[in-house]
Design a protein around this ligand. Structure first.
Ligand SMILES: Nc1ncnc2c1ncn2[C@@H]1O[C@H](COP(=O)(O)OP(=O)(O)OP(=O)(O)O)[C@@H](O)[C@H]1O
Ligand SMILES: [Mg+2]
Length: 388
């Protein structure tokens, strides 16, 4: 239902407007004595009609106030007499229409109906825009590498994905080490932990892009890393609320945000998963890892994470164990999204602190990880296309 407010000093014109707007079946007509009684907030009227008893200049003020407030309101002035200077001044002020009190009733009714329809359209457009702003994540893509089993290669994958996206695919990429107790992203990338996520968490009141950027450790691949706390006890300041704020800001600052996690499904990991556009659920091919993955995938489904969000990544896929990839798929109940072969160059690269994708880009391990990075880059491109 829309509101038509008549600014009417005499109180006589409101009935005329009521009769004229009868065709606007969903409109409610009411009168006020002065402009300052008109609310231009969420409940702003669709039309403000300035009655002949009220000076036309009140209509100019109403139109300007509506514009300043971002209200959808249209203004119609019904004046005792209309001349070109009044018309011009009204147009300049953003008034929708000016009619003379002596004009035929149909003419006055048309002016009010047109103004009403225009305001309705503006309100609908604003509502759609607001909805779009809520549903479309602004900024980059957030991906989390996840497994409740330790030692399956999460940190190998996240560090290599970060380097591949930053250096190989030239995307602005951040890597966050959310393994707050035992994070070893810094070690695998050969980075010194001068500043970490616990320093950001301690300064959360002043959090902005500059502060956050200043706490990132910059890798020579172009990757920016938010390292885990040096001492496990420093993780206490890194609450889930703070993590949420940090991740939301990183999403605005970067094309892609990669998150490495601890081998658990606690509140910290859930905070990361909540913010993620894709989850890479890692497993190796031994029975214990597969069983773990199966339970995790079921748990994620119960928690309401959409099936399409979770991608199973099989690490050390060619290991000589008795399970075959298709048996893994059957056991877990999900398709395998990517396979990373087993290779001695991985532990070697871990020891050197140099990602495989940079040091051995021709290796099968690097190619497999590059494949995942490319699909992230493709969807990051789609998304930014949406937003702009
Ligand atoms: N494809 C691979 N080929 C050979 N070795 C690998 C491969 N992937 C991982 N590894 C080895 O497994 C070890 C554990 O990997 P990583 O630290 O990435 O696991 P994680 O899941 O992060 O463990 P945690 O849960 O303890 O953080 C690494 O040190 C690495 O040497
Ligand atoms: Mg790890």
């Amino acid at each position: 239902m829309g509101l038509i407010t008549v600014i009417d000093r005499s109180g006589e014109f409101v009935d005329v407007v009521g009769t004229l707007s009868a065709s606007q079946s969903d409109a409610e007509v009411h009168a006020v004595a002065a402009l300052d009684e008109v609310s231009l907030g969420a409940e702003a009227p669709f039309v403000v009609v300035v009655a002949p008893s009220t000076p036309p200049a009140v209509g100019f003020q109403a139109a300007q106030a509506a514009e300043a407030a971002g209200a959808h309101t249209s203004v119609v002035i019904v004046a005792e007499s209309v001349d070109t200077s009044l018309m011009r001044a009204a147009m300049k002020a953003g008034v929708s229409d000016v009619v003379a009190a002596a004009d035929p009733a149909t003419e006055i009714a048309r002016a009010i109906t047109d103004a009403y329809t225009a305001a309705q359209g503006r309100q609908r457009a604003a509502a759609q825009e607001a909805e779009a702003a809520v549903t479309l994540p602004v900024g980059g893509r957030v991906v989390t590498v996840f497994s409740t089993k330790g030692g399956v290669g999460k940190t190998v994958l996240s560090t290599n994905l970060g380097a591949a996206l930053a250096k190989g695919l030239d995307l602005k990429t951040a890597l966050v080490d959310l393994d707050l107790q035992f994070g070893d992203v810094g070690i695998m990338l050969g980075l010194a932990p001068d500043r970490t996520i616990s320093d950001v968490a301690a300064s959360i009141e002043r959090l902005d892009a500059d502060l956050l950027w200043g706490h990132m450790t910059h890798h020579d691949s172009g990757l920016d890393v938010l390292l885990a706390p040096v001492r496990p006890e420093d993780a206490e300041t890194v609450t889930t609320g703070r993590i949420s704020r940090i991740l939301a800001l990183l999403r605005e600052m970067y094309d892609v945000v990669v998150i490495d996690t601890a081998a658990t499904l606690d509140e910290v990991v859930l905070t990361a998963l909540d913010k993620s556009d894709a989850i890479y659920a890692m497993t190796m091919m031994d029975v214990a890892s597969i069983k773990n993955l199966k339970i995790s995938v079921q748990k994620l489904a119960q928690l309401g994470y959409a099936n399409g969000l979770v991608h199973v990544v099989l690490n050390r896929a060619d290991s000589k164990v008795w399970l075959q990839p298709h048996e893994v798929e059957r056991a877990v109940g999900s398709e395998i999204y990517a396979r990373i072969p087993s290779d001695r160059i991985v532990p070697r690269s871990v020891n050197k602190g140099r990602p495989v994708v940079l040091d051995e880009p021709r290796s099968d391990v690097a190619k497999a990880i590059m494949g995942i990075a490319k699909s992230i880059a493709a969807s990051a491109g789609e998304e930014s296309g949406h937003v702009s």
